[in-house]
Design a protein around this ligand. Structure first.
Ligand code: S3P
Ligand code: PEP
Length: 747
């Protein structure tokens, strides 16, 4: 790509000397991008003011003089005055002149241009800066008004490319972010995001001003009133014109809004607090994350995440007693089953990480009223097995494989179509493993090339129960088939090659559903119902694992992790660390809501390398990145086999860990289904250096723990996804004894 030449407009003309046009001209002038600036306004005072403040160089006596010889003409008059202005300037424009406008409605200006210059006029570029304020006039002009603000250009098929480039560059010169959209779409979007809110603000103030207690009302009208109605102080002429120029689109959104307002009114009248809560919780979440919103209620687009780097400096021991966040697997399932239950489910200890929040949002998008999360507490107003509604757009599941695979099973049983997509990592992960058994049950499921997301599950198909022999040890696939089985005719059963986490089976039973477990086979029949219950989510043993490894490798460490889930299908990390010589005590074992829980005390130990028993692999499947760090610090060789599943997690966890360990000076090699790691021994230190987590939360946290035994700092790139499973990791780790610094750059 060649660099752009410096941008310069020899002669600029602004018609309409208000805030928008003057701010653009002033911005160009301050940045040395214009020669002469001519200006015209019907109001003589405005012209004089613009001249006095140096925004324009010459006052023009009429429109003809104002555009004579201009290279770029900016029309910035009220929308309904545009046509008349164009008629007046048309005969006087230079042959090369490019014209642009700044109006909030593009369809009506496009019509005006066609009426005056002809349908294919190439040198008019329709534009709209999304900046401005309730202030107006020359005196409010601000050369930085557009810095990092969006400007929407709405090119038409006949718009000349050079003219387009000129206008884009003129906006970029004042540091605006220029985007393109088609005319109709622009007017639809603006009707909803700008025109309707202005209409409502004007109307509310007018209603209140007309009541006879208006003085009283305005005396006490602070807070909500002031925030909501700030925009009613904007220019009435401008808004009168916008309301009429974008009439069709505005009326469309207004009707939708009026309908929803009546719905809310009816719910309040009927004391239907659940419905009211549904509207308010959905709206609050939407408002909190409004940049994610494209459709009316759903999140369909990922937020651009910032890039996060950890600098992990060498540190001493880990100490203290603390609790890591809630179990991710159980949190996902609590939302799913709570939503499909009859009655209200209260969840405590819910993981407020991005993965489980993606599941929560998916159910909100399908009409379930969910309150919270607030300090791990979530209240789910179940809609029953057949109560989900079609979401307004695709379900966006971020980084979360569990959400996508379990939901695939549930969606196969619905009467509507659902599309599910995810971030770059999830988009590479295999979904054929769930699509295959679902198709055998009669579901219609499409995936993208190679069985990857997005995945589309078509509703209304009739499912039939199957027996499925799992080709791999995967709790996600097992759960997917069982959840589809809730909707399949007859019996559904799954046999797994080795035990995997059984939270789905346990939780179904907790919700009163009949599930038979016989050896490695789980069976259920459709036709039952889920009855709401309360769920206490224990701390996630997979998050605890980082601290177990950290405390084991850092001399002098002594920590106690509280309320950790000890489900026997998850405790591989404890068995493996103990086999390596780890010093782990399980204290106060108890059962909470159908799941075993305990406090775990870990003290540093002289670890030794082992061949990890293959039967432990599925029981510690998420803990291998951390275990690789333990192996690197152990005496002798550690061999891992039977773990090919690690290659299809959020990253290829075998390759990414081997790459990082090699950077830190460890001899390690990957094999097809595992790794061989030569430990540095008890007194050995890892080196420092830069490792890449490839957006994989568990890789990032594992290398953070490695710094406890490093000779110099480890820089870990791409750590934003730690938030998917372990919000608050950095603070908790630093309080326990790590030295982690975080560098965040905006995306
Ligand atoms: O069912 C679950 O909650 C999970 C199952 C495992 O995935 P697989 O089923 O792909 O092994 C695990 O890696 C994941 O973190 C959570
Ligand atoms: C594999 C993991 O999660 P998921 O499959 O849900 O993305 C994990 O958390 O390590």
């Amino acid at each position: 790509m060649s660099a752009e030449t410096p941008f310069f407009i020899p002669r600029l003309s602004i018609i309409g000397l208000g805030l928008i046009g003057c701010s653009w001209a002033k911005g160009l002038r301050v940045r040395g991008c214009v020669g002469e600036v001519l200006g015209y306004d019907r109001n003589l005072d405005s012209m004089q003011e613009a001249l006095n403040s140096g925004i324009i160089d010459r006052i023009s006596s009429d429109l003809a003089a104002a555009v004579a010889g201009a290279d770029l003409v900016i029309i910035s008059v009220p929308i309904l005055a545009v046509r008349q202005v164009l008629q007046e300037i048309a005969p006087h424009l230079a042959a090369h002149a490019v014209i642009t406008d700044v109006g909030s409605v593009k369809g009506s200006v496009a019509d005006d241009v066609a009426a005056v210059f002809g349908a294919d006029f190439p040198r008019f570029v329709l534009g709209h800066p999304i900046a401005g304020s309730e202030r107006s006039g020359v005196s409010a002009a601000d050369e930085n008004l557009y810095v990092r603000h969006k400007v929407i250009i709405t090119p038409q098929p006949h718009t000349d490319k050079t003219a387009l480039r000129l206008v884009r560059r003129a906006w970029r010169a004042v540091e605006a972010d220029v985007e393109s959209m088609d005319v109709v779409h622009h007017d639809e979007v603006l009707a909803a995001t700008s025109h309707l809110p202005h209409l409502m603000a004007y109307s509310l103030v007018d209603t209140l001003a007309n009541t006879h207690e208006n003085k009283e009302i305005f005396n006490y009208a602070a807070g909500g009133f002031r925030d909501f109605t700030r925009i009613a102080a904007s220019s009435p002429v401008m808004w009168r014109d916008i309301f009429s120029a974008n009439k069709t689109q505005i009326l469309k959104t207004l009707d939708l809004f009026t309908h929803d307002l009546h719905f809310l009114r009816a719910a309040i009248e009927a004391d239907d607090t659940t419905t009211v809560m549904g509207v308010l919780t959905r709206a609050k979440v939407a408002r909190d994350h409004f940049s994610k919103i494209l459709a009316r209620r759903a999140y369909v687009e990922p937020m651009k995440t910032a890039s996060v780097t950890y600098i992990a400096s060498p540190s001493g021991a880990l100490t203290g007693t603390f609790r890591v966040p809630g179990d991710k697997s159980i949190s996902h399932r609590s939302i799913m089953l709570g939503s499909l239950a009859e009655g209200t489910t209260e969840v405590t200890g819910f993981l407020e990480g991005e993965d489980s929040l993606a599941t929560l949002q998916a159910f909100r998008d399908m009409g379930v009223v969910i309150e919270g999360p607030h300090r791990g507490r979530v209240t789910i107003h179940g809609v029953g097995l057949h109560g989900l509604q079609p979401p307004p757009g695709p379900l966006y599941l971020g980084n979360s494989g569990t959400s996508m695979r379990l939901l695939a099973g549930l969606m196969a049983g619905q009467t509507f179509d659902v599309e599910m997509s995810g971030d770059a990592s999830l988009s590479k992960r295999p979904m054929g493993r769930v699509a295959d058994p679902l198709k055998r049950m009669g579901a219609v499921v499409d995936t993208a090339d190679g069985g990857r997301p997005p995945i589309k599950v078509h509703g209304a198909g009739k499912l039939t129960g199957i027996h499925y022999d799992l080709p791999m040890a995967s709790a996600q696939v097992k759960s997917c088939v069982l959840l589809a089985g809730l909707y399949a005719e007859g019996e559904t059963s799954v046999t797994e090659p080795a035990p995997t986490r059984d939270h789905t089976e346990r939780m179904l039973k907790g919700f009163g559903y009949d599930v038979q477990v016989n050896g490695n086979t789980v069976t259920l029949r459709s036709g039952g119902k889920l009855t709401a219950t309360n769920i206490d989510v224990p701390a996630d043993i997979s998050s605890a694992a980082f601290f177990m490894v950290g405390a084991s490798i850092a001399e002098g460490s002594d920590i106690t992790l509280e309320h950790v889930g000890m489900n026997p299908t998850r405790d591989g990390i404890i068995n493996i660390l103990r086999a390596m010589g780890g010093n782990i005590e399980v204290l106060n074992p108890r059962e909470v809501g159908g799941e075993p829980v305990a406090d775990i005390r870990i003290r540093s130990a002289r670890l030794k390398g082992i061949h990890i028993p293959e039967d432990q692999v599925p029981l510690a499947i998420d803990e291998f990145p951390a275990l690789f760090i333990a192996a690197a610090c152990a005496e002798g060789e550690t061999i891992l086999t039977g773990a090919e599943e690690l290659r299809v997690k959020e990253s290829d966890r075998i390759q990414v860990m081997i790459d990082g360990l090699t950077t830190l000076g460890v001899q390690a090699e990957g094999t097809a289904d595992g790794a061989i790691i030569q430990g540095l021994g008890h007194s050995g230190l890892l080196g420092g250096g830069e490792v890449i987590s490839h957006g994989d939360h568990r890789i990032a946290m594992s290398f953070a723990m490695a710094s406890l035994r490093a000779s110099s700092a480890i820089t870990i790139l791409d750590c934003a996804n730690v938030a998917t499973s372990f919000p608050g990791f950095v603070d908790l780790a630093n309080n326990a004894g790590l030295e982690l610094d975080v560098l965040t750059t905006k995306a």
